[in-house]
Design a protein around this ligand. Sequence first.
Ligand code: NAD
Ligand code: UDP
Length: 311
Amino acid sequence: MKRILVTGGAGFIGSHLCERLLNEGNDVICLDNYFTGSKDNIRHLIGNDHFELVRHDVTKPYTAEVDEIYNLACPASPIHYQYDPVKTIQTCVIGSMNMLGLAKLVRAKILQASTSEVYGDPNIHPQIEGYWGNVNPIGIRSCYDEGKRCAETLFMDYHRQNNIRIKIVRIFNTYGSRMSMNDGRVVSNFIVQALRGEDITIYGDGQQTRSFQYVDDLVEGMIRMMNTGDEFTGPVNIGNPGEFTMLELANKVIELTDSKSRIVFQPLPQDDPRQRKPDISLANRELNGWRPEVKLEEGLKRTIDYFKKLV
Ligand code: NAD
Ligand code: UDP
């Protein structure tokens, strides 16, 4: 049995990760300040002897005897990370330093939840880990993109300078149950709008692409990454290479919900990436043949079932 700290554990991805780590027989500490996460996401775990909940902000130091740390604490949707951009950078940078300091102190292995946003609006397609990205350092997305890039730098420097055992995963757009209904991300927006019969809001002409990964596939990839040998630090892309335009996604959601909603077009937010698709050959090679198992249609059906209970 390992003692594992999950920061951001009450969020969308963190709650699935906590659940899976507990099911595998580990002791889990879930640390969260509930900025975008919620106790509702982990309520079913409260009362489990192997689960502890800590209300804490990662920008403040935290100490616990743990074997592994998954660092997920950070708002992930554009609406939420742009709400208080300075705090977003603090969470990315100071939060990462605090967790790396803890890893150093207790000799824990630490995994960083990085993002495909480090590639910015990419000029190469699909994105490979060796691509350095095309990121605007002064735009409205920069607090998140540059914050996450700086966090990766910190992870690599703690590794080189202090021999900390690190793992970096670059997560591509992920969806599934427990996404927050009002955080503005495209999958939750479209499903909720379709279920309510409201207009489906496409930003821009809908020709921009994203590659959507179901949360279970991501959690599997993160755990496999944590369990790789110390010499493999990543970064490694974890995502589903199936690439769709937002117009295709909207039509798929309308079809699966049998909705009467109309599609409407609204202005494209500043610096919105035009295309995104992971090259996952490194993950496939290093993570015991890992590849996503859940196709978009199947994952959407499961997510629609979840939102139907809420809407
Ligand atoms: P989320 O907003 O549901 O979860 C983030 C969690 O972190 C929330 O529970 C929030 O309350 C907590 N948090 C935020 N700031 C904190 C702070 N200062 N101290 C302690 N807790 C704090 O988002 P998510 O989609 O579950 O994302 C989890 C991680 O994965 C994030 O680091 C995000 O950047 C990364 N990621 C997610 C995606 C995606 O598509 N969902 C893609 C790339 C990367
Ligand atoms: N998007 C959209 N309608 C919405 C929400 C988002 O067309 O109601 C678009 C958004 O402009 C972007 C894509 O969907 O091009 C994915 O947005 P999301 O915020 O989910 O993720 P990210 O842009 O961070 O990849």
